[in-house]
Design a protein around this ligand. Structure first.
Ligand code: DGJ
Length: 685
């Protein structure tokens, strides 16, 4: 039987053909083992009564027509609805530690060719999969569903599914579902990745929380769906991931090929924590070799009331405390005095920068700071000049009322002319002004998209295309991805931006919970976080300033408070924290992550290990309401990444520790009730 084995860093993913080449099926997915020794946890004994073999098999990609009753990945229709294909070719390319496999299936009667694509690397454990569907006929082919891939996992007795859900200011909340029979579906119809659900899922056998874990994610920034089908009696869970054609089925012209976005999957023997580390390692491979700077962002300090003299005052103080880049957020452009105007007219407002924008940037630069700008290229204000000149460039259904959300429309970025304008506008800003940082925001999901071919696909393709062009032509510009907070956190945006803004909520306890969930699916080098004023908008329970600094240091530290009102003592304090962060950020951003405890209480810590250094960030979170708990002994944390055979020096007090003792009994990073956050750095001696 034809079988292909794909080796990742530590796992093996093995695919074979069903008899007669009627479909491809998963043979094995787990720790790397010799091919002949791989057990077949997904073996099936053939169709059960009332079913077919294809319905029972661990099909890699199931078209309606091959499968009849069970979960489907492809529904194609020309004259008839359904596909009956056969394996018609394959290609395996092994080069420089990367393996690519292409399995080709053809249906001569429907005149459709599908290529199931796989890519793995020895540098990480992620299996990237996508599908290419070609119309071989001379009439249009309709794709009602064309998912990226499906992954089958052994889950005897049922599955425990882990997902990330939320809403504005409460992104990346961790959710758990016990599923024995039936389907769990996540759907996002917003046209952007979404605040409500992340395109990410982890699957474990029901009763083994720390054991084998499979995790999947979709690299797509539009509408999407993930279905997990579990059958406890069969002992399998199958997860199908792909785009969700909300407006209309995708129609392929003769000769045209639909390429799905990549769906990614990984196996870890070490529970959710191991899966998180495997995602982090993969995302480190996607990253450019740039260190996101410590930014000062003026949004919370000034909102729309941007004035050059006040911004410069903020910039002066920011430079003095060790900030590296000054970012002017929303409100810098003409017509933007509140959220009802301006979007689309990306010109600096001369009333806000009376000495000229160039001069303002030069003054910021003279302070030794990089300069950053906020944009929302897809946002269009009804009273903007852009809308007056190009009313047809925004999504709309002729003759129907147009919904506004945050008082704005959405640019139809799928149009070539609108995309060319958006690219030229951003490229123009980056070429014309001395800009080293760009925050791309998107505050408005799609409504009334009207009619047209694959609107979601075209919009997202041009969003990627513009990001890629900007990165190519302005490699020195760091790009931050944002959509009303964490609404565009996905693997595709992560591959094209340097850092992501996970949430507008910077209230201490809420933020910690958001970051905990974010780190489940995304690496710390992507996690932007600011220290803001207390109590602030979201702070429901007071926490120390240290708590806010340590929280923001858990990824890419920034400052978002109104520092113009800070006295010298607060500025000095900020300078100390920023200096400390800069001394450990390579470990924090690029290290191996272990999370300890629970962000909802009573204590929580994140450990980062890189080279000879282990950094422990710890928080005393109190109980779920944020109240303190009073116990006589401080919490102890056992660092997971210490080498038991080594000795360590603790940087803050110069104490010496045995690795074995640290691993066995740990240390107490929060010595007393009054300390609610700390940073402990251990260097191997
Ligand atoms: C939403 C973002 O998440 C905020 O950080 C800020 O940039 C505002 N938009 C500005 O309108």
């Amino acid at each position: 039987m034809t079988r292909w084995a794909l080796r990742t860093a530590t796992t093996s993913y093995q695919v074979r053909l069903a008899p007669g080449g009627a479909w491809a099926e998963l043979a094995y997915w787990g720790p790397a083992v010799e091919e002949t020794l791989a057990p077949g946890p997904l073996e099936y004994a053939g169709p059960t009564p009332y079913s077919t073999a294809a319905d029972a098999a661990a099909c890699e990609y199931a078209p309606y027509g091959v499968r009849h009753f069970a979960q489907l990945d492809l529904i194609a229709e020309r004259d008839v609805r359904g596909t009956v294909w056969r394996h018609s070719g394959d290609d395996l390319l092994d080069k420089d530690g990367t393996t690519e496999l292409r399995l080709i299936f053809t249906d001569p009667s429907q005149r459709l060719t599908a290529t199931l694509c796989y890519r793995v690397s020895r540098a990480h454990d992620v299996v990237e999969r996508w599908a290419e569907i070609t119309n071989d006929g001379d009439t249009p082919l309709r794709l009602e569903r064309a998912r990226s891939a499906a992954f089958t996992m052994p889950t005897p007795g049922g599955a425990r599914l882990h997902h990330l859900h939320g809403r504005w200011a409460q992104e990346f909340q961790t959710g758990e579902v016990e599923l024995r029979h039936g389907r769990f579906t996540l759907e996002n119809r917003l046209g952007v990745t979404g605040l409500a659900h992340s395109p990410w899922l982890a699957v474990q056998p029901l009763d083994e929380p720390d054991g084998p874990t499979w995790s999947t994610a979709l690299a797509w920034s539009g509408s999407w769906a993930i279905d997990a089908d579990t059958d406890a009696a069969e002992g399998v869970t199958r997860v199908s991931l792909g785009r969700l054609p909300v407006e209309a089925a995708v129609e392929l012209a003769p000769g045209e090929t639909f390429t799905s976005p990549p769906a990614c999957g990984l196996y870890s023997p070490d529970g959710l924590a191991g899966a998180a580390r495997a995602w982090h390692a993969y995302q480190r491979g996607l990253r450019r070799d740039v260190t996101p700077p410590v930014v000062y962002n003026s949004w919370f300090a000034t909102e729309f009331e941007v004035r050059a003299d006040e911004q410069l005052e903020l910039a002066r103080k920011a430079a003095a405390i060790g900030v590296e880049t000054f970012v002017v957020d929303d409100g810098w452009f003409v017509g933007r005095d509140d959220d009802r105007g301006g979007l689309g007219d990306w010109e600096p407002d001369p009333a806000k920068f009376p000495g000229g924008f160039d001069r303002f940037i030069a003054q910021v630069r003279e302070l030794g700071l990089g300069f950053g700008l906020w944009v929302e290229p897809e946002g269009v204000s009804p009273r903007s000049r852009l809308y007056a000149e190009h009313p047809d460039w925004v999504y709309q259904v002729p003759g129907r009322p147009m919904t506004t959300i945050r008082n704005q429309y959405v640019l139809d970025l799928g149009r070539a002319d609108a995309a060319a304008w958006a690219h030229a506008t951003l490229d123009g800003l980056l070429s014309r002004y001395d800009i080293s940082y760009l925050k791309w925001d998107m505050n408005r999901p799609m409504t009334e998209r009207g009619a047209g071919p694959d609107l979601d696909g075209r919009h997202v393709a041009n969003y990627y295309g513009i990001l890629e062009a900007l990165r190519r032509d302005h490699p020195g510009v760091v790009v931050e991805g944002c959509a009303a907070g964490g609404g565009r956190a996905d693997l595709a945006t992560a591959a094209r931006c340097d850092v992501l803004w996970p949430s507008d909520n910077t209230g201490p306890l809420d933020r910690l919970a958001v970051q905990h969930g974010f780190l489940q699916a995304f690496a710390p080098h992507l996690m932007s976080s600011w220290v803001t004023d207390d109590p602030g908008f979201f702070a429901t329970a007071p926490r120390s300033r240290a708590f806010r600094y340590v929280t923001a240091m858990a990824g890419v530290l920034g400052i978002g408070a109104d520092i113009s009102a800070w006295d010298q003592e607060r500025l000095d304090e900020a300078a100390r924290w920023i200096a400390l962060y800069r001394s450990i950020r390579d470990v924090v951003q690029l290290g191996e992550v272990h999370r300890h405890g629970d962000p909802r209480g009573p204590f929580y810590a994140v450990e980062y290990a890189r080279g000879d250094t282990v950094v422990l960030l710890s928080w005393r979170t109190g109980d779920a309401r944020g109240s303190a708990t009073h116990v006589s002994r401080p919490p102890r944390i056992r660092p997971h990444a210490v080498d038991p055979a080594a000795r360590y020096r603790r940087r803050d007090d110069d104490s010496r520790h045995s690795g074995a003792a640290l691993a066995a009994v740990g240390l107490a990073p929060l010595p007393d009730d009054t300390t609610d956050a700390s940073v402990v750095i251990l260097d191997r001696l």
